[in-house]
Each structure stands twice: as C-alpha cells, then as structure tokens.
Design a binder for this molecule. Sequence first.
Ligand code: PBG
Length: 334
Amino acid sequence: MVTASAPFPAARFRRMRAHDSRRRLMRENTLTVDDFIWPVFIRDGENDETPIASMPGVSRLTVDRVVRAAEEAASLGIPAICLFPYTAAEDRTEDCAMAWSPDNLTNRAIRAIKAEVPEIAIMTDVALDPYNANGHDGFVVDGEIVNDATVEALVKMTLAQAEAGADIIGPSDMMDGRIGAMRMALEQAGHQNVTILSYSAKYASGFYGPFRDAVGASAALKGDKKTYQMDPGNSDEALRLVARDLAEGADMVMVKPGMPYLDICRRVKDELQVPTYAYQVSGEYAMLQGAAQNGWLDGPKVMLESLLCFKRAGCDGILTYFAPEAARALKAGA
Ligand code: PBG
C-alpha cells in the first residue's frame, strides 16, 4: 500500500508574500489621495503663520496663506479642506454672535479660497466653541449646555457658511435635532447641493487636547463636554446616532476620534453601508509626530499605516492633518 505523506506545512501563506507582485495582487485595501480631507487652522492677519507647539508641523495660517495651502492641496489632488478658526479671547462672547457673522474669519476664508481655488471642496465646522466665552459647543444657561437655542444659532451659522460658499457643512456640536434643522434651512435657502458631513459619533475624548490649543479654546473651556459628546464606553449608541442623522438628512457620517474607535467605524459600515469617515484627531497626530520626533517611531511609515487602518475598518475617507504629507508620499510611490 502506498501512503502519501501529507505535505508540510499544509498551507504556505508565505507564497503570496514572497514577492512584491503577489503582495500587490492580494492587497485588499489601499490608500489614495481621494481619501483625504485636510483640516487647517486659520487666524487673522496677513502673510503670517503661528506654529502650534502640541501639533508639530501644523501652523495657524492667515487667510492669504490658507489660499496658498488650498492651492497646494488641490495640486496634490486632495478633494477637500476643512477650516477651523483661531479666535482671540476678545472675540469670544456669551451670545457667540461672531459665529454667524457673514464676515467672520471662516466666511472670509471660504470666499477667498472659492475665488482662487474653485476645484477644492471647502468643509466647515459648525459648533459655537470658537466664539463662546466659556469654550463650549453650545450656549450655557445656568451652568447647562442648552440644546434647542443652540440649534437655532447653529442653523444661522450654517446658512452664513453656505452663503459664503461652503460645500460641506460639518456639525461637530452633538446637539440633538441639528441635522434636520440645518437640512431644512439649507433647502429653504436654495442650497440643495450643500453636503452635510455629520460628526455623528463624536466621543468625549482626551484626544482633542492639541486642537483646543490650536483654536485657542483650552483656556476658555470650563468643565468637560460629557453632557453632549458620547461616553467612550458606548457602541450601540453610536449606531443610533448615525441612523438618526441620516434620517434627518446627513449625506456622510463621521466617527471621532479615529484610531481608538475603529470598531465603531466597522460597525457603522457593516450595519448601514453609508459614506463613513473617521477623524484622525489632533491627539492621534501629536502622538505619532511626538514619537517620530524622538526617533522612537519611523514617522512616514506609521503615518501611512495609521491611515490605512481606516480603510480596513470600512471608512470611505479620513480627516487627517497628515493629508498633504501623505499625498506627497503616495505620489512618490510609498
Ligand atoms: C469643536 C471641535 C473639536 C474638534 C473638532 N471640532 C474639539 C472639541 O470638541 O473639543 C477636535 C479635532 C481634533 O482634535 O483634531 N467642536
């Protein structure tokens, strides 16, 4: 009797990893420049910029420099940039009136970019925190962040941004009912094609620290944001929020922060199959840059690996401060 001895090992997975050609043929997920939305910080003044200490490589740019940055982003093929204003203490008031001023910093920047770089989409942030004396995303009345009055103000802010030419509205405030109110107001004002990318599952996270330095909110913020941002222990709630925002008229939804919440990205994509985005937030950026600056991590390598994980988790795109650097790396064949 002939006994065929079983081959050893039973399966050679390394065969498909043995050569770059096979690795490329087998690769399930790839990163492209089409995946990026680039968040940028703007400040008053001319032809100047201020480096942000806790975000190495990121600066607050004056409007003229943001236009140049948008031009560079467009030439790299980045589809969208997202504007965040830095406000000085004196621009922050209890009534947050600057938030819906047609001539506030964000709206001036939108017009300037639209005039010179029409091919890039402009995303904005909708929340009261840059203009609020107490640093919260909503009005504070008797120590509480009030919902409905805040939504009315957010609608005014949204309309002012749409009037200025914003393409993608990004409500980051986590009030209830804001998406429906914004969508209705946009429709009534004739802005049918303005897209809403809702910060649907935004967690009360410690990873926003460097961002709050960047926009000048760290000193202003009294208390925490736990009564409106999500509890980090929750996952089902994220799906309910995403479903609610879609029903109210959101076109795209976001999970934020990114890397610590990849499980949420995957659940959203699996259960709802909608355009899903992650925000690789300031603290995630700072961790990677900090370690790279110390020589503890290979910066360019972990940058791309940290972005690719969002694709694997099911995301359609990523808001990332690395956008231009990553775009250049991809162009160079990384
Ligand atoms: C504010 C807002 C925050 C971020 C985006 N919009 C901070 C916060 O909620 O306190 C964080 C972005 C980042 O950390 O990169 N509404």
